[in-house]
Ligand binder design. Structure first.
Ligand code: G6Q
Length: 550
């Protein structure tokens, strides 16, 4: 399908004009004019209640956004992705994370092979291994059961596993300890293992390419640590497994490929937490819970694929994000989970959203003439309320917020949960409706600080409410955001599945390592700032650590 460039599509032009009117409206007025707005602008599906009524929208906005999706070919692109076409055009790859969560009896033939059979074969191997670790049947080199699992990986090979472990900790086997090492900063590794007994420690080296410098550096240090503690190279066999697409490099590192769990080129790093990259998750929560999580992902996939736009959660979340970004001009999105277990969810989402849609050219390589991916950030509630929420409420930058909350706590304790959830509803309310001077005066507020206390309101938010945080729910939630990112990327006409922007820094750093390590004089040929920094670093480094500094 060829459609005109985004800004020339009729819906885009109409939305631009419509936004001028909407910018003069206030949520107070929109709610005042329609007593049913709060219930009308919500969708309930798969156990998720999505309230989007506190966005600066009307029926016309929604209908124009649906038109924009149609004119942008979002549905065609969705079909193409689910069918295994190479929608990651710049890397010429299929994008099939949805195949990772297809049920066992499904089938999806890609390039002549049934990927579902391959996916389930790996899941079964993972389940056998996870059970061996969980029951103590897998023995370490000195015949002790494994008690500690350390995942070494970075980016997509870390953020998903650590987020999922934290999110589903309630369901985890509590006599096992999990650690996640990602940063090449040695502190990450050293602090992660300092209280662990090597005899009871399993390292999972998670790397799609098995060529990532941070992961290989940490993996090498882990190997050395293990051998130092157990005094035998042969110990590696029982204490290291790999998750990768690259068997040759796994073998070259010294891990037996029978201890490698495979995934595929068509799984993007940031879309891989339910592949073998989720091995640590499966060990933590057990295979049955892991399959429940996959079922949650799949339910959202089906919902996304089969539901008309007006009731389609990822479509609506994505279209509203485009509305806020492009037409109202808001440059960031706050994601505030009111659940402590989801404390790594914002970090996970940052990669999912910003690595996917932080792009400056279209699929055909033309510079975009509109804004693309907003900045995603966030913290769990209620902590944020006692710090940066001040800016969200009264600052000069409007930050649309996604609130995520649950009806039932996994740790019911006194009044805690009602207090927590009252804050979700209250924050969304305060953002939308604020407080006027008149109201404050009526309440008898001190005239001297009246202006300081005014809350302008009219700040958009979504509320996502579910029964409780379960493995299934986590799958639903992650898939909701994955597909919302897809919808946004399809409208912006960018490649949401590549990440060329992370390459240059890696190349420059690789070239500098010898310059930093070398003690002999070197000819530096960078810009004058970089040259001066390296020179200063080298000269201080040669002086060694200063005992006065610590
Ligand atoms: C994710 C990115 C990136 C990747 C890491 C780790 O979509 O591609 O974050 O996951 O760079 O890569 P490896 O798994 O290959 O080590």
């Amino acid at each position: 399908m060829t459609s005109p460039p985004l800004t020339q599509r009729p819906a885009w032009i109409a939305l631009t004009a419509h936004a001028q009117t909407m910018k003069t409206r206030h949520l107070r007025e929109l709610f005042g004019a329609d007593a049913t707005r709060g219930s009308r602008y919500h969708v309930e599906a798969e156990g998720l209640y999505f309230d989007f009524s506190k966005n600066l929208i009307t029926d016309e906005t929604l209908s124009l956004l649906s038109q924009l999706a149609r004119e942008s070919g979002v549905e065609e692109r969705r079909t193409a992705m689910f069918a295994g076409q190479h929608v990651n055009e710049s890397e010429d790859r299929a994008v099939l994370h949805v195949a990772l969560r297809l049920p066992k009896d499904a089938s999806l033939i890609v390039d002549g092979a049934d990927v579902v059979a391959e996916v389930h074969a790996v899941l079964e191997r993972m389940a056998t291994f996870a059970d061996q670790i969980r029951t103590g049947a897998w023995r370490g080199h000195t015949n002790r059961p494994i008690k500690n699992v350390v995942n070494i990986g970075i980016g997509g090979s870390d953020l998903g596993p650590v987020m999922a472990y934290e999110a589903l900790r309630h369901y985890s086997q509590r006599d096992l300890t999990f650690r996640f090492v990602s940063n090449v900063d040695a502190t990450d590794f050293v602090e992660a293992v300092r209280d662990l007994d090597a005899q009871e420690t399993l390292f999972i080296i998670s790397s799609k390419t098995f060529g990532t410098v941070e992961t290989l550096t940490n993996a090498a240090s882990a190997r050395q640590w293990l051998i130092e503690h157990l005094g035998d190279e042969a110990a590696v066999a029982k204490h290291f497994v790999a998750v990768s697409t690259n068997a040759a490099k796994v073998a070259a590192f010294g891990i037996d490929v029978t201890n490698m769990f495979e995934f595929w080129d068509w799984v993007g790093g940031r879309y891989s937490m339910e592949s073998a990259i989720g091995l640590s998750t499966m060990i933590a929560i057990g295979p049955a819970h892991f399959y429940e999580m996959l079922a949650g992902f799949h339910a959202m996939d089906e919902h996304f694929l089969n539901t008309p736009v007006q009731g389609n959660l990822p479509m609506l979340l994505g279209l509203l994000a485009v509305w806020n970004r492009n037409f109202l001009g808001f440059s960031s999105v706050g994601v505030m989970p009111y659940d402590r277990y989801l404390h790594r969810f914002p970090a996970y989402l940052q990669q999912l959203t910003m690595e996917s849609n932080g792009k400056h050219v279209t699929l055909s390589g033309d510079r975009v003439t509109y804004e693309t991916g907003p900045i995603y950030w966030g913290e769990p509630g209620t902590n944020g309320q006692h710090s940066f929420y001040q800016l969200i409420h009264q600052g000069t930058t409007v930050v649309p917020v996604d609130f995520i909350g649950f009806v039932n706590s996994l740790n019911p304790l006194g009044e805690h949960h009602d207090i927590l959830m009252s804050n979700v509803f209250a924050q969304a309310q305060a953002l939308a409706f604020g407080k006027t001077e008149e109201e404050l005066r009526h309440e008898g507020a001190d005239e001297r600080v009246l202006k300081h206390r005014v809350m302008e309101g009219n700040r958009p938010s979504n509320v996502i409410l579910a029964n409780e945080l379960s493995p299934r729910l986590l799958g639903l939630l992650v898939a909701l955001y994955e597909h919302s990112v897809f919808v946004q990327g399809a409208i912006w006409d960018v490649d949401s599945f590549d990440q060329w922007g992370v390459e240059l820094g890696k190349q420059l750093a690789a070239a500098m390592i010898p310059e930093l390590a070398n003690t002999a004089p070197v000819e530096l040929a960078h810009d004058s700032s970089t040259n001066a920094l390296i020179t200063h670093y080298r000269s201080l480094k040669q002086n060694g650590r200063n005992d006065d500094d610590h």
